[in-house]
Design a protein around this ligand. Structure first.
Ligand code: ADP
Length: 331
């Protein structure tokens, strides 16, 4: 193992009968350079018979929403990852570079007219770490290629339109990674929990959202949906920390404490979202988020997986390279 830049699994060509491999497939991922020495790896990761990858299964399998029961979720778990915090943080450091390289290719292709893009949808209760994903995961790529949007309580203008109106306006263009900090799913989450519209209205939205995302997929958007879950205790701890630090007061909203009363209703609403809107073209991934290092690593891997599946290459030159080289002669 060379321990240098991470090697990305070769993708099986469609129709060859082999499953498409994700970069987190065991045996296809390289370790961070600082984890070159296998003994060192085993000591840090604490796993004696460690095979080639710190992931026991691809992250897309480990986190897929199929069969997940929100109420039974262990929010402190680290599904699929063999190591602990230290190994996770070191790996994240390296995988951020891989993500950044893939994003540059996506952006380069977009500049050459490729309509494909990625849309990362982040959902989660207050303090689940959505902002941290935007800063620490998306923050590692070139901001030129990112279209980030946060969706709060709809404005008066937004309320005058269909709930997807404000969403459509923020969709990423070709070559971009779009990031939604909250999304159209609020219209079947907070809206359902607080009866902001009657059930016959929000009840129809699940199918509508599936159709909307189906169209996105057809037009070249890879939708990566991430639902982040913290325990009530962890949320309490994080809210309390905000009150302990004047530099975090701006993040504190007294209404977040009121929302804690509605925890079971939110769990039900999230369960309905996972059950009804996790589709082949836009699956949900469920991230236990009590450990920030894990949720950041997991989302990084999901993005790397989505980008790898696009089988991006550098765009071909639209000019005669030799001719241009000749023209530079003498400088
Ligand atoms: P955050 O809490 O994510 O830091 P904000 O302070 O802007 O961001 O709060 C977002 C709030 O807006 C959340 O309470 C969320 O439930 C609410 N919200 C988002 N979309 C809607 C919607 N469609 N209808 C009602 N409330 C919404």
């Amino acid at each position: 193992m060379d321990g240098g830049a991470a090697r990305v699994a070769p993708l099986a060509k469609a129709g060859q009968g082999r499953p498409v491999l994700a970069p987190t497939d065991p045996g296809t991922i390289a370790y961070p350079t600082r984890l070159k020495n296998p003994t060192h790896i085993r000591r840090i990761v604490g796993y004696c018979d460690m095979p080639k990858s710190p992931w026991s299964v691809p992250v897309t399998t480990a986190l897929h929403a199929d069969g997940v029961k929100v109420a039974d979720l262990d929010t402190s778990a680290t599904p699929g990852f063999r190591g602990g915090k230290k190994a996770g943080e070191l790996l994240l450091e390296q995988r951020r570079t891989v993500l950044s390289e893939l994003q540059e290719k996506l952006y380069a292709n977009g500049r050459s007219g490729d309509p494909r893009n990625i849309l990362l949808v982040l959902q989660g209760m207050d303090t689940a770490g959505k902002g941290g994903i935007v800063r620490h995961v998306i923050g590692s790529v070139d901001p030129q290629g990112v279209a980030a949007a946060a969706f709060g309580v709809p404005t008066e203008q937004e309320r005058g339109h269909h709930y997807l109106w404000r969403i459509r306006k923020q969709l990423p263009r070709g070559g971009q990674i779009g990031v939604f900090d909250r999304s159209h799913y609020e219209d079947v989450l907070v809206v359902r929990v607080h009866n902001l519209v009657p059930p016959e209205v929000w009840g129809k939205r699940y199918d509508e959202i599936n159709r909307f995302e189906g169209k996105l997929a057809e037009s070249g958007t890879t939708v990566v949906k991430v639902a982040m879950f913290v325990s009530p205790d962890e949320q309490c701890k994080r809210l309390a920390q905000r009150l302990d630090r004047p530099d975090k007061y701006w993040k504190f909203n007294p209404g977040d404490i009121d929302e804690r009363e509605f925890w079971p209703a939110y769990q039900q609403a999230y369960q309905a979202v996972l059950d009804q809107t996790s589709t082949e073209h836009a699956p949900w991934y469920v991230i236990p988020a009590d450990r920030k290092w894990y949720s950041r690593l997991a989302v990084t891997e999901l993005l790397i997986d989505a980008l790898t599946r696009l089988e991006l290459d550098w765009p071909k030159a639209q000019f005669d390279v030799e001719e241009q080289r000749r023209r530079l002669n003498g400088c």
